[in-house]
Write a protein that binds this ligand. Structure first.
Ligand SMILES: [Zn+2]
Length: 179
């Protein structure tokens, strides 16, 4: 995430809104996604309200809730099933970091659980791409995976500049080409 923000800041003038991204915007049904391409490294930072993933925003209390959380986490750990750059770019999933204080997950596990009753899950995904100049789109199967999710606000930092996109259910195709 830090690397991604640094990339966004270097690329300006998105720095201000990248800052907001790191803040506390939290609307059920809506996720935020920062995408950055730096050399052959494609980074995606996803921030989703837990409600949109599992329907509650706290640690699971029943076996059924635990199973729901585990299914979401398993899907994210195998993120190349959910996030598919166009094959010509030769991108391979190289790292997944999941963070959620409420779920006691990742570096956030030791921080205090949110006290406003709301909680997010952050997923930082890294792909290594052999042909980054051929990256044209990323197909995101998030709406299929998470029925409560309605919308994803996307910011993209490419070597050629910045893009903003809004994806709305059911269309999860993120085009990286300019209109
Ligand atoms: Zn919430």
């Amino acid at each position: 995430m830090r690397r991604l923000l640094a990339a966004a800041c270097l690329a300006l003038p998105l720095a201000a809104s990248a800052q907001q991204h790191a803040g506390h915007a939290h609307t059920h049904g809506q996720a935020r996604l920062d995408v950055a391409l730096d050399g052959g490294q494609l980074s995606l930072a996803l921030e989703v309200p837990l409600d949109s993933l599992v329907g509650f925003e706290r640690a699971p209390r029943t076996a059924q809730e635990r199973a729901r959380v585990d299914a979401v986490l398993a899907g994210l750990r195998a993120a190349d099933g959910l996030v598919r750059p166009n094959p010509e770019a030769g991108c391979r999933l190289a790292g997944v970091e999941l963070n959620s204080a409420a779920l006691k997950l990742g570096p956030a596990a030791s921080s205090a659980a949110p006290d406003d009753g709301h909680a997010d899950l952050d997923a930082d995904l890294r792909f290594d791409c052999t042909q980054p100049e051929r990256l044209r789109r990323i197909d995101l199967d998030l709406f299929k995976a998470w029925p409560r999710l309605q919308r994803v606000d996307v910011q993209v930092a490419l070597p050629s500049g910045q893009l903003k996109r809004t994806l709305k259910r059911p269309d999860g195709r993120l085009s990286l080409e300019r209109p």
